[in-house]
Design a protein around this ligand. Structure first.
Ligand SMILES: C[S@@+](CC[C@H](N)C(=O)[O-])C[C@H]1O[C@@H](n2cnc3c(N)ncnc32)[C@H](O)[C@@H]1O
Ligand code: SF4
Length: 458
């Protein structure tokens, strides 16, 4: 599949990324701790039945100027210790509302840079989780790591704690690019790290890249991806640099150096899709590429792919997500709940009240149906109105009314060869996958085109 830049430009409109439905900008402060506890208890009898755990470590040794994540610069050991203590308390408190016959099928550590804290802290949390929950033998236990701080002995430790998935933030292989964005490069050869991870039994090994950073050109990004392809990780993510200096002040410094223009950025995107597909990677979404034998590729082919705030996962291993740590988000069938973002306030709230919920959102029954539709389109590229109707005990007509279905809204997508619409079913075609957000937007009654609060779809 090759994607032209005209197409990318045509469909590059402002829209939600649908990491949740409704998107996170719908979350509000009216959602209180009592609502959270109700949702925790309700989640015991909802689907998916299994438990996913998200652990947020906000700390980073230094701040990359492009960073859009929830991070703080490295803290004293005593502060990290207090943070770990607060998370353990939070895990105990939340688990007291959960049916512990349910098993854990996913543990995801994100940040920040979780591998920048001492391994003993990571072990303390993992031991605490194991002392409370039953972890399934098929569980995916993953960590997002920066290779600047990753030792081979850390990999041994992580493997001994049960970690079996790892993602490395590379961003670019060019040292000058990393230097101008204030980022430390990998301490060891990434190829050697990936090989060692394989030896230690890790699967789904992922490398993250960003295009659109200062000094990058279409040519240089091709060279960076060439090196990535030679390493042959199971997964490659090529994020489009999200420039939001009004939220992330450090990003202003990149403007002084100069950012690649929109045409150059578009060229990087077009080239990277062609280059990765040529190298045998399968595109499972706008910026995610996987080898054909990776679990995500298999789930994608079987239409069993799932997505949450932590990224893509398979329907087999996903669960309702219980988030721990500052800024983490719980993702349940009936609601979303987010913790206080600032870590000192998070620690205080946990130490004083046991919980640190700051905002959230309770989904209506209709929103639960729309979320299912949006997820089906975003992850698996299918929508069978009959299936959705059956799942929710309604008729196809009810579902169509709910999403204000109008075949005319899809004529352009069909004409451009992005999808088919037959007998009340939508199928996203190969060429349409990277525009799945646009198709989902046409099925989302809450999406308001006049609101310019979202990043571009491409
Ligand atoms: C939590 S970090 C990964 C772990 C570790 N902190 C690191 O940077 O290596 C998650 C990923 O978000 C991506 N990211 C961060 N800021 C971004 C931005 N402004 N636009 C696009 N992607 C971004 C990077 O690719 C990064 O690897
Ligand atoms: S990109 Fe990663 S290492 Fe850099 S500041 Fe953000 S979270 Fe920290």
């Amino acid at each position: 599949m090759s994607v032209s830049s005209e197409f990318l430009n045509k469909y590059n409109v402002s829209g939600p990324r649908y990491t949740s439905y409704p998107p996170a900008n719908f979350f509000n402060n009216a959602f209180a701790v009592s609502d959270y506890i109700n949702e925790l208890e309700a989640s015991n009898s909802q689907t998916p039945k299994d438990i996913s755990i998200y652990i947020h470590i906000p700390f980073c040794p230094c701040r990359c100027h492009f960073c859009g994540c929830s991070t703080v610069i490295a803290q004293k050991k005593s502060i990290v210790e207090r943070y770990i203590g607060a998370m353990k308390l939070e895990i105990s408190n939340v688990s007291s509302h959960l049916d512990l016959n349910r098993q854990v099928t996913q543990v995801h550590w994100g940040g920040g840079t979780p591998n920048s804290i001492e391994m003993r802290f990571i072990r303390e949390i993992m031991d605490h989780i194991r002392s409370i929950f039953t972890i399934s033998h098929k569980a995916e236990i993953a960590m997002e790591c920066s290779p600047a701080y990753l030792e081979f002995s850390d990999i041994d430790e992580l493997a001994s704690m049960g970690f079996n998935r790892l993602s490395l933030g590379i961003q670019d292989f060019r040292e000058d690019v990393l230097k101008v964005v204030n980022r430390k490069g990998p301490k060891y050869s990434v190829k050697d790290i990936v090989e060692y991870l394989r030896v230690k039994g890790f699967r789904g090994i992922n490398l993250d890249f960003i295009y659109g950073l200062p000094l990058q050109t279409a040519e240089s990004f091709t060279e960076t991806l060439k090196q990535a392809i030679e390493i042959r990780p199971d997964r490659i993510v090529t994020f489009s640099y999200a420039h939001v200096p009004w939220v992330k002040k450090a990003q202003k410094q990149l403007e002084k150096i100069g950012l690649p223009g929109p045409d150059e950025k578009m060229e990087m995107l077009v080239n990277s899709i062609a280059q990765l597909e040529e190298a045998g990677y399968i595109s499972i979404g706008i910026d995610h590429f996987v080898l054909p034998d990776d679990d995500l590729a298999i789930a994608f082919q079987q239409k069993k792919l799932h997505r949450n705030f932590q990224g893509y996962c398979t329907l087999e291993t996903t669960g309702q997500v219980y988030g721990f740590g500052a800024s983490s988000i719980g993702q349940f069938w009936g609601a979303y709940a987010q913790n206080i973002k600032e870590f000192p306030q998070y620690i205080e709230a946990i130490e004083q009240t046991g919980f640190a919920i700051e905002r959230g959102y309770k989904l209506t029954g209709e929103e639960q149906i729309i979320r299912t539709i949006v997820n089906n389109i975003m992850c698996n590229g299918v929508l069978e109105f009959e299936d959705i109707a059956r799942q929710f005990g309604l008729t196809s007509e009810d579902i169509k009314q709910l999403v204000r279905f109008n075949p005319a809204n899809f004529e352009g997508f069909i004409f451009d060869g992005l999808m088919t619409l037959k007998n009340s079913s939508i199928t996203v075609l190969d060429k349409g996958f990277i525009f799945a957000r646009n198709i989902a937007m046409a099925l989302d009654p809450a999406y308001n085109q006049s609101e310019n609060i979202y990043s571009k779809t491409v």
